[in-house]
Design a protein around this ligand. Structure first.
Ligand code: GLC
Ligand code: CA
Length: 571
């Protein structure tokens, strides 16, 4: 009976159609901070090209580039003023084409960032709209009449303040869920959709593999723009309330997919927060709107209700449960994209590891439990060398609209300047946006000029050049980790195998099995400060990976793990 159930479970787990991107390992590049080739202090496309061999050696198949389009950089490129141009700071379209070609020669595909909930207020559409608020282009945006001299509704934008900004010379306001320089595009207007779909197809025709899709859950608006119960002392409510309540996003996403991605068999990964319950398969099932979406469940569980200042510390068990739940929920239904950090989050090694574990061993342990999950691993630049949060003494040393907002919010609630800076040190997006640490020379080898955002002082210890030469480094461990995941022998298990949690309620151990009918591998990690012993139901065959270069005797069924030790064994 047990066997029958097992086989049935197995069938269910592997029931999904196989897709070309299931086996890929992805890497996120934040171009402004990756590699500067001309000494202006800003990373660029030529810099990316120079580092392709490095990425190839790491085992990367897909690169997601954060936005490289023309932009005034109010939100670091997430405010696009021309979707068909490369930002001058980053290079030219010829250089982009060269990047595509050079990457392809190394078996690497490029995924662009698709920011289509909003554009920049510098975009020609918006300029025309302002110039003629009754004209055609006003309808590319949401120009809405105010109520009794007030904005149309009481929504607070993601970056603070009202989502409504007056349209000069009129009694109307335009909607911006993010900064006022990021006006929301009107997806109800068929002309807007046509323009956007045409642009998406233009890039896909160029030969990119697909897109990471920014803030996409926000594109559907309730055109009545109802007020909601205020949730803060400013009398406003977060704009996500409207996003969560409104129905009908599926039609828009379905059309987007049909008109663009589906025609190219493109890979798409959605940035989706606030999805409604039960929509998983509709979004990322076999026939979903996107190929995959990021699993933010472990990230949002500590989000503060009002902002960074009331964000709680990560609790190991809560974090682990969030990951396990996502894994089990998706089994047989979808593949999620797994991350421990990105350009909007602090560094994972600073956030998820307790003080005593912020070591090379701890960092390797964190990487292992993440990369071997079921789903597509996305590694964020610098994660593979264990880059960490960066302390700054002055708010002006940050260069991020979100950080400024959160800093002031913290001050308003009564925190001192020092306490507010401490909050930024923990949660600022700039923690992850410091220049990539390549070597021990000045500015970590990122630039010969002055970097746009200063480098983390710890670069003399944590950098690629030093780690490259050290067999035991985090970098070389990541190379082995990715190689294991992609190896002919274990790929089937780590890509397609079932995920089975172990020691689920344990407060120190993170353990799971990945298995097919033929083979099984188990990951054991001890996040605690004391040694522990784990027991297996089956006997160990071999050690596949260890952060302590451990060998264990064949045939044993108990393993003791030191603090911050991770081991992957076959059974
Ligand atoms: C996404 C991006 C973030 C940006 C925002 C607005 O969340 O990841 O960096 O600020 O969208 O485009
Ligand atoms: Ca440059």
């Amino acid at each position: 009976m047990y066997n029958v159930i097992r086989v049935l479970q197995q069938l269910e787990v592997t029931a999904m159609n196989r897709k070309w991107w299931h086996e890929k390992v992805a890497y996120q590049i934040y171009p402004k901070s990756f590699m500067d080739s001309n000494g202006d202090g800003i990373g660029d496309l030529k810099g990316v090209i120079r580092k392709l061999d490095y990425l190839k050696e790491l085992g990367i198949d897909l690169i997601w580039l954060s936005p490289i389009y023309q932009s005034p950089f109010i939100d670091q490129g997430y405010d696009i003023s021309d979707y068909y141009k490369i930002a001058e700071e980053f290079g030219t379209m010829e250089e982009f084409d060269l990047l595509l070609k050079e990457a392809k020669e190394r078996g690497i595909q490029i995924v662009m960032d698709l920011v289509i909930n909003h554009c920049s207020s510098d975009h020609v559409w918006f300029k025309k709209a302002l110039a003629d608020p009754e004209g055609e282009y006003a309808d590319y945006f949401y120009f809405v009449k105010g109520k009794n001299g007030n904005p149309p509704s009481n929504y607070r934008s993601y970056f603070g303040g009202s989502t409504w900004e007056p349209v000069p010379g009129t009694d109307k306001y335009y909607l911006h869920l993010f900064a006022k320089e990021q006006p929301d595009l009107n997806w109800e207007n068929p002309k807007v959709r046509e323009e956007l779909f045409g642009m998406v197809n233009w890039w896909l025709d160029k030969g990119i593999a697909g897109f990471r899709i920014d803030a996409i859950i926000n594109i559907k608006k309730d055109l009545a723009f109802p007020d909601f119960e205020p949730d803060g002392p400013d009398g406003m409510c977060r704009a996500t309330r409207m996003v969560e309540e409104v129905e009908g996003i599926g039609e828009l996403l379905g059309e987007l997919k049909r008109e663009t991605f589906a025609k190219h068999d493109a890979f798409t990964v959605g940035e989706v927060f606030n999805m409604k319950d039960g929509e998983l398969e509709e979004f990322v099932g076999d026939d979903g709107y996107f190929s995959t979406m990021f699993d933010f469940a472990p990230h949002v569980q500590t989000s503060g209700e009002h902002g960074w200042y009331d964000t709680g510390d990560v609790d190991f068990l809560t974090w682990k449960r969030a990951i396990i739940n996502s894994q089990l929920e998706c089994q047989g239904k979808a593949y999620l994209a797994n991350i421990i950090e990105n350009h909007d989050e602090p560094r994972g090694a600073s956030r998820y590891l307790p003080e005593y574990a912020r070591t090379p061993d701890g960092t390797k342990m964190l990487g292992t439990v993440s990369v071997l999950l079921r789903g597509i691993p996305f590694i964020y630049q610098g994660q593979e060398i264990g880059m960490q949060n960066c302390r700054r003494e002055d708010i002006n040393d940050y260069d991020d609209i979100d950080t400024y907002n959160q800093f002031h919010l913290a001050l308003e609630t009564g925190l001192t300047k020092e306490q507010a800076l401490e909050v930024c040190y923990k949660y600022s997006r700039d923690n992850a946006r410091t220049p990539m640490q390549w070597d021990t020379t000045e500015n970590a080898g990122f630039t010969k000029g002055t970097p746009w955002l200063s480098v983390n002082e710890n670069y003399r210890k944590i950098n690629v050049a030093v780690q490259d030469k050290d067999e035991d480094s985090v970098l070389n461990y990541y190379r082995r980790l990715i190689r294991l995941r992609k190896s002919e022998e274990w790929k089937e298990v780590f890509v397609y195998g079932e995920f089975v949690p172990m020691y689920e309620e344990d407060e120190k151990i993170f353990a799971y099995e990945r298995r097919t009918e033929e083979k099984s591998a188990i990951v054991f990690a001890n996040f605690g400060q004391e040694a522990v012993t784990v027991e297996l139901k089956e006997k160990v065959k071999e050690v596949l990976l260890s952060n302590k270069n451990r060998s264990v005797e064949k045939g044993i069924d108990r393993i003791s793990l030191e603090a911050c030790e991770v081991i992957v064994v076959s059974v």
